[in-house]
Design a protein around this ligand. Sequence first.
Ligand code: SF4
Length: 87
Amino acid sequence: MKNLSSIRKNFMASVALNTCLLALAEGQRDLPNLIGKIEPILKKYKLEKENIIIRMTGCSNGCSRPYLAEIGLVVVFYGLYYNLYLI
Ligand code: SF4
């Protein structure tokens, strides 16, 4: 836990596929992979200690409250089509 980046400690995703029947796309299974792609970018720009919150949901119900995060990903269509919300 001590060595985890701030964004990894703070991320949240809805269960989405393959647990929730309302899900149109991935949530908790896919977000850690995306975090892994974002972490090197944050490190490059020395932002790895910033408390950036990213949240993802598998439908517009927003169970992980993506509309309140600095970065929110909300699926809009079956597959990997997400709206990106930035605050
Ligand atoms: S946001 Fe949608 S897909 Fe995700 S757990 Fe809630 S209802 Fe299911």
